[in-house]
Design a protein around this ligand. Structure first.
Ligand SMILES: Cc1cc2nc3c(=O)[nH]c(=O)nc-3n(C[C@H](O)[C@H](O)[C@H](O)COP(=O)(O)OP(=O)(O)OC[C@H]3O[C@@H](n4cnc5c(N)ncnc54)[C@H](O)[C@@H]3O)c2cc1C
Length: 398
């Protein structure tokens, strides 16, 4: 057991999802003595439920909701591509790209509404309508009546991303629950426990990147701000004899895609379609059985030439955790707030993890928390391991 009170760090990060792991990698590259604490397994929160889409904001711009923040999100695909090619701020060349681009499709009933968007030069640079010969296989059917567009936004394997971010830093990633936490302008004192073992940690700053867990951590610190909101989703997984490589949004009447499909693989390598969009937003009002019936109906309505009758379906409930917004709406940028030794952060999108890490880096520098000149290794502790992706957990299918 590590003896009490002798672990000193510049920064302790609480939460090993994409936000905490990106920040850990960025800070350690600069020489910070940074330590990450994870209570379950890396990626176990929202990160493993993500569809892995590196949004450039097109799906929001298409519905007319263009705002200042759409420029921030538009900068994300090139930033990630540089990392994936091995010349960005973090080396992600080992991360598998599930797809280099996505598709957006409209049904016959709203194709005419799309035309107006192509009057805009900005939209023309972001998406391109395809000719029938270039359609992905799933839409090459005589009964397809809509239009297909290509979006230059990549899709990542999120499990590979978590591995690539964490692996070089495993010695600085500790499993455990904070039992006690106190922080003020002069520093942070923490008691971390894993089973019977305890360690006292002193740090100059604590970063809360625990997603939904941030609320309980703030309570442990005796704070009631910043406040959090959760927005639930009821996602659906489908497995069976399905077309491969489908990463596509169906444009609907609301500001959200009617359906988003991403393709993944279960533990036995079988194809899984993971369904989000309005189906998942509206699905929170439904029981699991009702949601699965709604998913079958939606797939049949949109892709009637595919036979889903022999497919297995499963529902997944998951909350998005974000800073509280006045009207509960989706925040459209990252959130990080520094107060008395603690930075509370939510990326609001996986794609925003690098932007959030840069923001937190700035906040640390502003607070005078700079890398301490010590090469001393951190004491040994238990590594939390990596969470499986939901569709790889067989029990979820029954
Ligand atoms: C269904 C779904 C699909 C999505 N798809 C996309 C997408 O395609 N593209 C995109 O850009 N965004 C997407 N998102 C959003 C994205 O997943 C999240 O914004 C992002 O993963 C949040 O990362 P995070 O690290 O802040 O939180 P999380 O991933 O939730 O990580 C928090 C971590 O903290 C740990 N933790 C909790 N409490 C404690 C504690 N007390 N001590 C220590 N550790 C703790 C948890 O175990 C967890 O590992 C999606 C979200 C959902 C729900």
């Amino acid at each position: 057991m590590t003896t009490a009170a002798d672990c000193q760090a510049d920064v302790v990060i609480c939460g090993g999802g994409v936000a905490g792991l990106w920040l850990l990698a960025r800070l350690r590259q600069q020489g910070y003595r940074a330590l990450l604490i994870e209570s379950e397994a890396l990626g176990a929160g929202q990160t493993r439920y993500a569809q892995g889409i590196i949004h450039g904001g097109t799906k929001y711009a298409l519905t007319g909701a263009v705002s200042g923040s759409s420029e921030a999100i538009a900068a994300m695909p090139p930033l990630w591509r540089a990392c994936l090619e091995g010349h960005g701020e973090i080396d992600l060349h080992a991360v598998r790209l599930m797809s280099d681009h996505q598709y957006l499709w409209s049904t016959a009933s709203i194709t005419s509404r799309m035309a107006g968007f192509f009057a805009s030069k900005m939209m023309r640079s972001r998406i391109a309508p395809l000719h029938g010969d270039d359609y992905p296989t799933v839409f090459r059917h005589r009964d397809f009546r809509g239009q297909v567009y290509r979006l230059e936004e990549p899709v990542l394997d999120t499990a590979a991303l978590v591995h690539a971010l964490a692996q070089p830093h495993e010695a600085a990633i500790w499993r455990g629950q904070l039992q006690q936490a106190a922080a003020d302008k002069d520093g942070v004192r923490l008691t971390l426990a894993d089973g019977e073992q305890q360690v006292q940690i002193a740090a100059r700053c604590l970063v809360l990147s625990a997603g939904k867990g941030n609320a309980a951590l703030l309570r442990l610190l005796g704070r009631d701000a910043p406040q959090m909101q959760t927005r639930p989703l009821k996602m659906v997984m489908v497995r069976g004899n399905l077309p491969q490589g489908v990463y596509a949004h169906c444009l609907g009447a609301s500001s959200n895609p009617r359906l988003t499909i991403s393709t993944h693989y279960d533990a036995a390598g079988r194809t899984v379609w993971y369904l989000g969009g309005d189906l998942a937003e509206q699905g929170v009002q439904r029981s699991d059985a009702e949601q699965l019936a709604a998913a079958r109906q939606e797939l049949q309505a949109l892709l009637p030439w595919i036979d889903f009758s022999a497919c297995e379906f499963a529902a997944l409930d998951i909350d998005r955790a974000e800073p509280r917004m006045p009207d509960g709406r989706r925040p459209d940028d990252v959130y990080a707030e520094a107060r008395d030794g603690v930075i509370t952060a939510w990326p609001t999108k996986l794609a925003f993890a690098p932007r959030l890490a840069a923001r937190i880096d700035e906040l640390l520098k502003t607070a005078g928390v700079l890398p301490a000149a010590t090469a001393e290794a951190l004491p040994p502790w238990v590594f939390p391991g990596y969470a499986l992706l939901p569709w790889q957990e067989e029990e979820r299918w029954s």
